[in-house]
Ligand binder design. Sequence first.
Ligand code: FE2
Length: 384
Amino acid sequence: MIDFFEFQSRTRVLYKSGLVDELGHEAGRLGTRVLIVADEGVARAGLLDRVRAGLGDVAVVGIFAEVPPNSSIAIVERGAAYAREIGADLLVAVGGGSPIDTAKAMRILMTEGGKLHDYEGYNLLERPLVPMIAIPTTAGTGSEVTAWAVIRDEVAHMKLAFSSVFLAPELAILDPEMTRMLPARLTSATGMDALTHAIESFVGTNANPISDSLALQAIDMISNSLRAATHTGDDLEARSQMLIASCIAGIAFSSGGGSLGVVHALAHSVGGAFDVHHGTANAILLPHGMRFNSVAVPNRFSRIARALGVNAGGRAEEDVIADGVEAVRSLAADCLLPMRLRDVGVPGDALPSIAEAALGDAAIFTNPRPINYDEALSLLQSAW
Ligand SMILES: [Fe+2]
């Protein structure tokens, strides 16, 4: 019998192809002076012009388009100071997880002041922040609907996690045309991040019947669409499926206190120490994390395997699970992703410190199987 669960999703979600072109109508209800937060890739792809045009009569008072792939405290501080200086009252974040997380963290400083470090951890915000709209251009982090922001501490070489319902954007605009320009490698890496969210939320200790239904739906959609979205970038149907699936996975893992696991803990730790894309790190670590966790919750992993398209009829559970792990591995391989940590510039002698840092990551606390240092190290070695 279920003891207790909490489910909350605070973000209003709107989906439509070309929706960005009508953005002004929605933005005007949330603010009057917009600061657009983006990265250089978004600016280069011409997407900022489209957002600006879509805002119509709503004034754009500034553009902060210098967010790097792994955003940092210094960037957040610079962005928030700029936002204050120009009197912005609405943030419109355009891009992948980094600009969206940056805007989330910026509005902590814009509303509460102080130092970002003061708000690291769970539920340290007590009131709504400066409003924001998130427009994802990857599919993705799910950051457009999550109550999380992850920001790099460039001094301590760590990733800081912030979690509060008030961090979730007021509005998420899902427009698949905004993801059309995304290069193949980023499409697949971000798609594997979304798959990792769905799988880790389904087996995590905060999983509940509502998040379960979302997670399984997302796994099914991603396993059916990621190859097409990667190899045929213009396939708007595949792009649409991936964008919606990553949003669903975001709601699944973020609702009810958050539920990720060892794969994200290790990926955060890898990304904190080396310049490895978050989705790529997850893609490499996911099959190993699944294998490690499957002994704790085998029934959950056989349901995941079925959602991945594995035929379970009359077969032994462990074979079904093994096929599920293989389905994830071959999905990543088919989508052009590197398969080993050594292939992405992680030196073997860094594994002990990565394992150590991962044990302190917030994501590890909802992993379904307890993990100690030796086990984390051996998981990393198998992925190296
Ligand atoms: Fe992630």
